[in-house]
Design a protein around this ligand. Structure first.
Ligand SMILES: Cc1cc2nc3c(=O)[nH]c(=O)nc-3n(C[C@H](O)[C@H](O)[C@H](O)COP(=O)(O)OP(=O)(O)OC[C@H]3O[C@@H](n4cnc5c(N)ncnc54)[C@H](O)[C@@H]3O)c2cc1C
Ligand code: SF4
Ligand code: SF4
Ligand code: SF4
Length: 385
């Protein structure tokens, strides 16, 4: 049966939980707010189906035989593009699947601002998926539901971060010609518990209940995006990402899931059909594709992915480009990021009920701590040589 000995070897995709025929696995939250499988050993029949479904135990991340094509682009529909994090390409592709009578899976907030993967069937509901939400989404039973839809012959578009797509593939354990998968380039996912602490504090400060959360508001442009929270009493919090505490804890790697620091799913060869990301730097190599409303990176990994992209070409402005030009091998979305030296301290403070205002002080460790850290790192290096 599945057993988590090292937390960085579980990305929380829930494939094992859904694969267990005896329902003896539960996904349980740890002190950091991330989910891990827990097996009821008495009921386990040692069938090993949980292990066979795990994307970390059965590495599906790299299939270098598939040919990759890379593009930059954005949706011609400006309203849709402004409501999306990058160029709005996801919504255009998803609309096409719905037009074919299919269903779409993605990450959406529930009424309590917890993030779950859900299934939708109408173009209006796509708004629920639009825009990046910077916390880990719960997969729940969505792989099971996707399999049901696939078996019924419907088109299914499943979207998520790369480890979720890898988890879906190892869960299904067979190819479906009616399945299209889209993953997003991924820095890592912050703790849902930290998100809860953050917005609860803002609710208290603003005296209202959270009604809308946008992590990538483009009022000041795509490159200078802001976090925007709207409350029930019509008040609003807006801060440019560089000044927002939550975004800084995220981007400085203080609050990511442990597996994100050992991520096995950032290889450019992926099991998905299409990868989407932000075309940061487009202003340098292709200024005519940058009006600061958002431009996407689009990478197709399969004929089906390419076919879907071509089928919506009239709704997009796109250009084929060299992969290394649009996404350098050094980008954080192509290699695991190193945990901040104070990551452990942050989660200790979270468990102690400390405020985000206190946690933010951890971003800049003392000079002594930085020197000690550097010495430790060089010691580790000399041991491994
Ligand atoms: C946690 C996270 C980290 C990211 N890190 C990077 C990065 O380092 N570099 C980069 O170039 N791009 C990154 N992205 C991707 C980027 O922000 C855009 O989502 C992507 O370019 C698609 O943009 P779009 O305009 O086409 O569609 P959008 O409408 O902006 O994106 C919608 C898609 O994002 C999915 N989604 C939103 N939040 C989550 C979530 N928490 N978990 C799973 N799926 C989610 C939706 O299901 C849907 O498929 C990240 C996204 C997320 C969610
Ligand atoms: S070994 Fe089989 S029965 Fe036991 S937890 Fe895994 S899937 Fe369930
Ligand atoms: S990575 Fe996914 S399948 Fe593997 S143990 Fe973790 S939750 Fe289960
Ligand atoms: S960094 Fe890797 S492990 Fe973490 S959420 Fe992204 S794809 Fe999953």
């Amino acid at each position: 049966m599945i057993e988590i000995k090292e937390k960085n070897k579980c990305c929380g995709c829930s494939a094992c939980y859904q694969a267990c025929p005896h329902h003896c696995i539960q996904m349980v939250e740890d002190v950091e707010g991330f989910l891990y499988p827990k097996v009821e050993k008495d009921r386990c029949i040692n069938c090993n189906l949980c292990k066979k479904a795990c994307p970390i135990l059965n590495n599906v991340s790299s299939d270098s035989d598939r040919s990759i094509k890379s593009w930059i682009g954005y949706a011609k529909n400006t309203e849709l593009r402004l409501a999306s994090s990058s160029g709005g390409v996801f919504s255009v592709l998803a609309e096409k699947i719905i037009e074919r009578g299919g269903v779409v899976f993605g990450a959406a907030f529930d009424e309590n601002y917890a993030l779950h993967h859900i299934m939708i069937e109408s173009p209006e509901e796509l708004a629920l998926f639009r825009g990046s939400k910077y916390l880990q989404s719960r997969i729940d039973n969505s792989f099971l539901l996707a399999r049901e839809q696939l078996d019924s012959g419907k088109w299914v578009l499943f979207s998520g971060v790369s480890c979720q797509i890898a988890g879906l593939k190892t869960f299904l354990r067979k190819d479906y010609s009616n399945l299209v998968t889209i993953d997003v380039l991924c820095h890592g996912v912050p703790s849902p518990e930290l998100w809860k602490r953050y917005y609860s504090e803002k609710e208290k400060e603003y005296g209202g209940v959270l009604q809308n959360a946008i992590f990538r508001d483009k009022k000041n442009g795509w490159k200078k995006y802001s976090v925007k929270l709207v409350f029930s009493n019509n008040t609003e919090y807006t801060k440019v990402f560089k000044e927002d505490s939550y975004m800084q804890l995220f981007l400085k790697n203080l609050c990511l899931r442990p597996s994100c620091h050992k991520c096995m799913f950032k290889d450019i060869n992926r099991p998905s059909d299409i990868t989407l990301g932000d075309a940061w730097g487009v202003n340098n190599y292709c200024p005519e594709m940058d009006d600061d409303r958002g431009t996407s990176i689009i990478i197709t990994h399969s004929e089906e992915g390419e076919h879907l992209l071509h089928s919506v070409q009239d709704k997009l402005v796109i250009q084929i480009r060299e992969l290394n030009e649009i996404l350098p091998a050094t980008a954080d979305s192509r290699k695991p990021v190193t945990a901040h030296i104070n990551r452990k301290k942050l989660f200790k403070m979270l468990a102690q009920g400390k405020s985000i205002t206190n946690m933010i002080k951890l971003i800049h460790p003392s000079m002594l701590k930085r020197v000690l850290n550097r010495i430790n790192r060089s010691r580790n290096l000399s041991f491994t040589r």
